[in-house]
Design a protein around this ligand. Structure first.
Ligand code: B3K
Ligand code: ZN
Length: 879
């Protein structure tokens, strides 16, 4: 625990390691408090490293018990070993064998980095810098070695012993002990190392790869949870097939194991051949998981699996290149889910997430480039920007160069860099080559932070029959970046005639034009010919570029797009824009009337979406979901009053609900899913539509509706419907709500993951009593301060999911979060830092709340000791 801000790491300082490790033999004797780790390493000087350099390996909290070079114990003056570093002053010039022995205490490891215990199971998390908490090592992603791991443990406590790669040997030992040896033939960086030891149940299956190799698949879970693994296994097999078909990526080991643990700092981890998961993203049964949970399981199983190529076979040269594996792998998992489900609906869900998380991050003090150039703590860069914007850039690249050149670039990248620790430059060079284009300007997407703004104006000349689109891009300053250059922004677009039909695109000179404008200058005008009548411009179709659009489209144009656009994404966006414009105006005025023209058009558009629900219920559900309070706050940009936003949104929900009352009632009856629960996208879409309709129907109607919602809650035969009805009840204070919450708690008392939903829901109630409720829940046996899932469910939902109560005008929400962060930090800095980033939009608040938020951040900054993680977030937030 360091209190001072440590020296930053800079991309420009990159140089190769002086000493690299070629092979690793790790012998690990598992013990709750004194696990012995013997590392036998083959070490070499890097040909480009500094000659005569001492050997310097990383450590973190380590105790050295023995050290030998080429079989000879080292004299004490020949080396120096601290908790944080191992230095051998004069290592041999040629290759040599180094043996290092350390003893570590997994039980005391509350950071959940390195080797730790979760419900008695030994497991590891090494990305980004956790391997150095197991043994001294050049713990950086550009040192690739072949690993063999021998794990030994008491057979009773750890009958299951798992490592990376293939099992090569296993057997019994004296005194009730046993061992297993795993060998991974693929050279890998230390962050992909993993082991697991514990008493777990196994669910098995097999997968035959495209070339006919049979891979043994295993999912390991707590005993009694075996029946909750079927969906994860199915998702895994579909992922394996899809990656062969879509990207030509075949699996490369004899086994693929996946372990679910209940204490985990994030979603999951792509360790080679041994993915470790937060159990939340593995376990699912109709009665325990919602449709959203099923979709998240499918996406995360796929994501980690896809890392086998984009991340593991080709890894990152340094942590600045994190988006090289994360952005690309998110793009791949999005494409996978799009193929498994509805493409348009998946795209809408992804853009919602991008805007709510990444746009918000990019508009505040934590904004950073997709490829940062400086960091104090790398764990704080696993952000929406690196992941989600990183994926958007790749999608934009595909729009810019076309699907064929994109696939050519991917093929080239996978072939050329297999086995490498690569850079973003290496990646983009493959696409430049495949598309024969200069992508220098495109690279600015990786270097410039902030969300570009694109202004769009249109002019119609009925006499000349021309239609002109004037485009302008602008870039707001972001931390450390004041002057920005114009970027290349690929905008997919189309022109729609008054009959609703797509018009052919011709330039003024009469030449055919493609449906993509690459806006690569600050301003640009394009004139189209052949338009005696005014067409309507549909631009940034499919959200082809991650920008904020400001168009001069009228409410009537938006209503027209909502009805006629061939691009489903823009049909949805048009409705959202209408709703957002109304809500922004209502939040500013403090008025919530829906009497202006835009509101009328919005109501018609929503009615239209509802009338079309038959064709695509999931799309209708998205259309009926109004922008969130944080979406509205982001649009407001400054002087945000969360109470005014809430009031405006609530009024609109009520108005929509009462206006569409009859249609909503029909939907509820008509789209009920018949028969037993199935998690497929079609059934999930029907449920989503019913549940958003239920919310509006209850908001718009009389109070006696709640009894009907409560009955729906009670009678539901699956978690999706049961929880959705509970969420509606949660919005309405009264006896129904409290009774339902109590019954839910009782019904699922033994199921921590379900009680997380119960905690999260209560933390999000938009009422003045919520903070007291959250504080009381801290003492509920369902909650545990030490478990990241519980903390995220209760405190994370309150801070990030409850705009009015976290931002209480008296500042008590801020004080509460600051205190939880200070309390959590010594135990788990990563989770504490993540919770603290709920302050990311504090500067956009109205002055009173802004001052209180600043005071809470300063309170954190003043804590006696802070981790590097929290210190970094607090420093940048106040910065
Ligand atoms: N690569 C991991 C994230 C590791 C986070 C370390 N703080 C999961 C993923 O993105 O697939
Ligand atoms: Zn990832």
């Amino acid at each position: 625990m360091r209190s001072e801000q440590a020296k930053p790491v800079r991309l420009s300082d990159y140089r190769v390691a002086d000493h690299v490790v070629k092979t690793v033999y790790l012998a690990i004797v598992l013990h709750p408090t004194a696990t012995r780790v013997t590392a036998d390493l083959v070490v070499e000087r890097h040909p480009q490293g500094q000659a005569d350099a001492p050997l310097v390996f990383d450590g973190d909290g380590l105790t050295l018990t023995a050290i030998a070079v080429d079989g000879q114990p080292l004299a004490p003056e020949a080396y120096e070993a601290t908790a944080e570093r191992l230095v051998i002053h004069r290592p041999p010039a040629g290759a040599f064998r180094l043996r290092v022995e350390t003893v570590i205490d997994p039980q005391a490891n509350t950071q959940l980095m390195g080797l730790y215990r979760s419900s008695g199971t030994w497991c590891t998390q090494c990305e980004a810098e956790g391997f150095r908490r197991i043994t001294y090592f050049p713990d950086r992603p550009d040192v690739l070695a072949v690993y063999t791991t021998r794990i030994e443990a008491e057979k009773k406590t750890a009958p299951v012993l798992l490592g990376n790669g293939n099992l090569v040997e296993a057997g019994d030992l004296a005194e009730g002990r046993h061992y297993a040896v795993w060998h991974d033939p693929h050279p890998k960086p230390s962050y992909l190392f993993a082991l697991v030891g514990g008493d777990l149940a196994e669910v098995t299956d097999t997968f035959t790869t495209v070339s006919g190799r049979v891979v043994r698949l295993g999912i390991f879970v707590e005993h009694g949870k075996e029946d909750r693994c079927a969906y994860a296994m199915d998702a895994l097999k579909r992922s394996m097939r899809w990656d062969e078909e879509a990207f030509g990526c075949e699996y490369d080991l004899e086994v693929f194991n996946l372990v679910a643990v209940s204490d985990f700092n994030m979603g999951a981890m792509e360790n080679k051949g041994l993915n470790i998961f937060n159990d939340k993203y593995v376990l699912a049964l109709p009665d325990t998981a919602t449709d959203q949970d099923y979709a998240a399981i499918e996406a995360i199983i796929a994501h980690e699996y896809f890392h086998n190529w984009t991340g593991n076979r080709i890894t990152c040269r340094d942590w600045f290149q994190l988006c090289l594996k994360e952005g690309l792998t998110v793009f791949r998992d999005q494409e996978f889910s799009g193929d498994m489900r509805s493409r348009a609906v998946k795209r809408i869900a992804d853009v919602r997430l991008l805007k709510s998380h990444q746009f918000a991050e990019d508009a505040g003090p934590l904004s950073h480039p997709v490829r940062p150039e400086i960091y104090h703590e790398i764990n704080n860069f696993y952000t929406a920007t690196v992941y989600e914007k990183g994926a958007e850039i790749i999608r934009a690249l595909k729009v810019l160069i076309g699907a064929e050149a994109f696939r050519g670039g991917m093929d080239l990248y996978l072939a050329r860099h297999d086995g490498d620790a690569a850079t973003v430059e290496d990646f983009i060079a493959c696409f430049a080559e495949a598309s024969r284009r200069d992508l220098t300007q495109f690279f600015l997407w990786y270097r410039q932070s902030g969300t570009p703004q694109v202004g769009v104006k249109t002019r119609h000349d009925p006499v000349a029959g021309t239609f002109t689109v004037d485009l302008a891009q602008s870039h707001l300053p972001t931390p450390g970046q004041t002057d920005k250059q114009p970027m290349v922004i690929p905008l997919a677009f189309g022109l729609i005639g008054p009959d609703g039909a797509e018009r052919a695109l011709f330039t003024e000179e009469g030449e055919a034009m493609p449906g993509v404008i690459a806006l690569d200058t600050a301003q640009r005008s394009i004139t189209f010919s052949g338009h005696p009548t005014r067409p309507v411009l549909s631009i940034n179709r499919g959200f082809s570029a991650p920008v904020v659009l400001k168009t001069d489209l009228t409410a009537a144009d938006l209503g027209f797009i909502a009805r006629h656009d061939s691009d489903a994404y823009n049909r949805w966006q048009a409705i959202q824009t209408l709703a957002t414009e109304h809500l922004v105006a209502a939040s500013r005025k403090g008025a919530a009337s829906v009497e202006n023209q835009g509101a009328e058009t919005l109501a018609e558009a929503l009615a239209g979406a509802l009338a079309e629900a038959e064709r695509d219920p999931a799309f209708a559900a998205q259309a009926l979901t109004l922008p969130s309070e944080s979406d509205i706050a982001r649009e407001l940009g400054s002087d945000v009053d969360p109470d005014a936003v809430f009031t405006a949104r609530k009024a609109l929900r009520q108005a929509v609900g009462s206006r569409l009352d009859a249609a909503l009632g029909t939907v509820l009856a008509r789209f009920a899913t018949p028969g037993p629960y199935a998690p497929d996208a079609g059934s999930a879409g029907r449920r989503a539509l019913c549940n958003v309709a239920l919310d509006l129907w209850a908001s718009g109607g009389a109070a006696d509706r709640l009894a009907a919602v409560a009955a729906r809650h009670r009678d539901a035969d699956n978690m999706t419907d049961r929880f959705a009805a509970l969420a509606v009840l949660a919005q309405h204070p009264g006896a129904e709500r409290e009774a339902a919450l109590t019954a839910f708690r009782e019904r699922y008392r033994a199921d921590a993951l379900i009680l997380d939903k119960w905690l999260a829901l209560q933390a999000a109630i938009p009422e003045a009593g919520t903070l007291a409720r959250v504080e009381a829940l801290l003492a509920d046996p369902a909650f545990a301060m030490t478990n990241p899932n519980r903390l995220r469910a209760l405190v994370g939902s309150f801070a990030s999911g409850n705009q009015t109560q976290f931002n209480r005008p008296d500042g008590a929400g801020y004080t509460f979060l600051a205190e939880v962060v200070v309390e959590t930090d010594p135990r788990n800095p990563q989770v504490a830092a993540r919770l603290l980033s709920a302050f990311r939009s504090w500067r956009a608040l109205e002055p009173g709340r802004r001052a209180l938020a600043r005071a809470a951040l300063e309170h954190v900054a003043a804590a006696a000791t802070l981790s590097a993680d929290v210190r970094d977030i607090v420093a940048r937030s106040l910065g």
